[in-house]
Design a protein around this ligand. Structure first.
Ligand code: SAT
Ligand code: MN
Length: 586
């Protein structure tokens, strides 16, 4: 008798016609032989074995360098269940359209069967996926990003309880690229891309789009959030989860070297991108990081912005689309001051100074989480870590102050639902355009976002002590266009304020948008920042917020009658508080 997994592998092989099927065990020797094969065919270039042992550079096809949101679909039976913010195709139609692209797609190639666990191996919150792929780069990346191979197969046994994901590089033509999610059968199909979130199916496809659907059905949360622990001088660690859109600094925040270390505050990393959160028997919200590695943006990463990751990626790391120095070391913009002589760009061509960049702006490192000096001793705790604060944030040149605290859970959900951010290179399309990105889940929510807001609201009564909800903005700019806040390790000052709010120990101004720190409640010693700059960082501008309130209304209108009444209520309440304040100010 064959198992459900064997049946699906066989059925997929009949469709894709690989010349060989390899079941991956996740071992070091398997990785080494894959790496050798990729070195031979040019998929991998080796890096300096003395300074970057067991590290590789991969150059992707130049038309395949980021997630392609326009080619990503939620294929639920009913269009309304995908909602107005997702692309939708009916399941049967989607399969009819895309099946031909899989037909004999693996001819002359190997099909790798990649079983993996999202979450620590022995956690009740973990889930199993299996990816079938013809890309050895994907196999090598999945081995870093998840618990891959024998450990997953052993845990699965003969069970049918896994999320199947079929992936083929196809011909890498964006015209024939589709990333399809069938949430009702928990199935993923991805063809035509070998890149990151399009191809490592455990990550955005499973751990967010499919998992968010499952989480709503089962009463938990799958969120685009980092998880960190803030240690105070007494040694107590308070855990926080934070949602920011792609390429807005989640990894750097999660791995921060605290500017207040001498005062006893340090940050421990649990996760940098995705949080699965469940209500435990005692009513606490417990988070696990379903991933095992970091797939971080390289440009801008350096010894100042993220010293922990710089240390982590000195061995056993895969680099994608970065530059290559003459001593075979990876290089990217912002790593150090000047491009070294003899540099090759991400296409493999000699770099010249009139070029915009040597590394692609969405170039990445893929590194095992355990290699970070900041990794939390609890990062693989099967019970997860208890979350005391949820943080939302985006890239906003104006409007949003450095930090504010929502009035309560329901208002916090509204704050998350109204998040906006300037777009980045993590997805194809224009960069720097402000778009609404609720909870940083716009590209990742596997169902109607109005229902998603409803799900957030429905979590509150299950929680004994709902986490406090905050909003941050590290990216506010002054009239001269320069960032007002130094960011990075200095962000711990904001985390410390949050901790003191959680513990009821510090002051805030009650403003129409929520609680904003008083100038004296932030710990600023050792930081050179003028009183004017600080005032500007914390300012709630009535005019800007009136516009914001209007734009929010336009965004919400998309959801029609499906938008929860509580969200409408919060929107109206904000409007009223803003107009009362503007009358008061006159
Ligand atoms: O391409 S990924 O989705 O893996 C990275 C990101 O955009 O957050
Ligand atoms: Mn992400």
């Amino acid at each position: 008798m064959s198992t459900p997994l064997e049946n699906w592998v066989e059925e997929s092989a009949r469709l894709t016609r690989p010349s060989k099927i390899v079941w991956c065990d996740g071992s070091q020797s398997e990785f080494e032989s894959l790496a050798d094969e990729m070195l031979r065919d040019g998929t991998f270039l080796d890096l300096n074995p003395h300074t970057y042992p067991r590290c590789y550079l991969h150059r992707s096809n130049p038309n395949d360098v980021a997630r392609t949101e326009g080619l990503t679909f939620i294929c639920s039976t009913r269009k309304e269940d995908a909602g107005p913010t997702n692309n939708w195709m009916a399941p049967a139609e989607a399969k009819e359209k895309v099946r031909p692209l899989f037909h004999a797609a693996m001819k002359g190639r190997t099909m790798y069967v990649v079983p993996y666990i999202m979450g620590p191996a022995n956690s009740p919150y973990s889930k199993i996926g299996v990816e079938l792929t013809d890309s050895p780069y994907v196999v090598a990346s999945m081995r870093i990003m998840s618990r891959m191979g024998k450990v997953a197969l052993d845990q699965l046994g003969n069970s049918a309880d896994f999320v199947p994901g079929l992936h083929s590089l196809g011909d890498l033509n964006p015209e024939r690229r589709f990333i399809l999610h069938f949430p009702e059968e928990r199935l993923i199909w991805s063809v035509g891309s070998g890149y990151g979130g399009n191809a490592l199916l455990g990550k955005k496809c499973f751990a967010l789009r499919i998992a968010s659907w499952m989480a709503r059905e089962q009463g938990w949360m799958a969120e685009h959030m980092l998880i960190l622990g803030l240690e105070d001088p007494s040694g107590k660690v308070t855990y926080m989860a934070a949602a920011f859109p792609s390429a807005c600094g989640k990894t750097n925040l999660a791995m921060m070297v605290s500017a207040l270390e001498s005062q006893g505050y340090r940050v421990w990393t649990v996760g940098d991108d995705i949080a699965w959160m469940h209500v435990a028997a005692d009513g606490t919200l417990r988070a696990i990081n379903p991933e095992a590695g970091f797939f971080g943006v390289a440009p801008g990463t350096n010894a100042k912005t993220n010293p922990n990751v710089m240390a982590a990626l000195r061995h056993d790391t895969i680099f994608t689309n970065v530059g290559l120095t003459s001593s075979r070391e990876p290089w990217w913009e912002g790593m150090d001051a000047n491009a070294p002589n003899g540099l090759m760009d991400w296409h493999g061509k000699p770099y010249s100074a009139d070029q915009t960049a040597a590394a692609h702006p969405n170039s990445r490192y893929t590194v095992p989480a355990a290699q970070s000096p900041s990794i939390s001793p609890h990062w693989e705790d099967p019970a997860g870590v208890p979350i005391s604060a949820l943080i939302f944030g985006g890239r906003r040149a104006r409007v949003a102050p450095l930090v504010y605290e929502s009035r309560d859970w329901r208002h916090g959900v509204f704050v998350g639902a109204t998040m906006a951010s300037e777009t980045t290179a993590a997805a194809t399309g224009a960069v720097g355009v402000t778009r609404r990105d609720p909870m940083a889940m716009l590209p990742f929510c596997g169902y109607n976002m109005a229902d998603y807001f409803g799900h957030w609201l429905a979590m509150e009564p299950k929680l004994k002590n709902p986490p406090k909800i905050f909003h941050v903005n590290w990216f506010r700019r002054g009239a001269d266009g320069k960032f007002l806040w130094p960011g990075y390790g200095e962000n711990v000052r904001v985390l410390k304020w949050m901790l003191e709010r959680i513990e009821g120990r510090t002051a805030a101004d009650d403003t129409p948008i929520g609680f904003v720190p008083t100038a004296s409640s932030l710990t600023l010693d050792g930081l050179r920042i003028s009183r004017e700059t600080l005032a500007e960082l914390l300012r709630v501008d009535g005019g800007d917020w009136a516009e914001e309130e209007k734009a929010t209304g336009e965004f919400f209108a998309k959801f029609g009658a499906r938008l929860p009444a509580a969200i409408h209520h919060e929107h109206r309440a904000l409007g009223e508080r803003l107009s009362r304040a503007s009358v008061g100010a006159r």
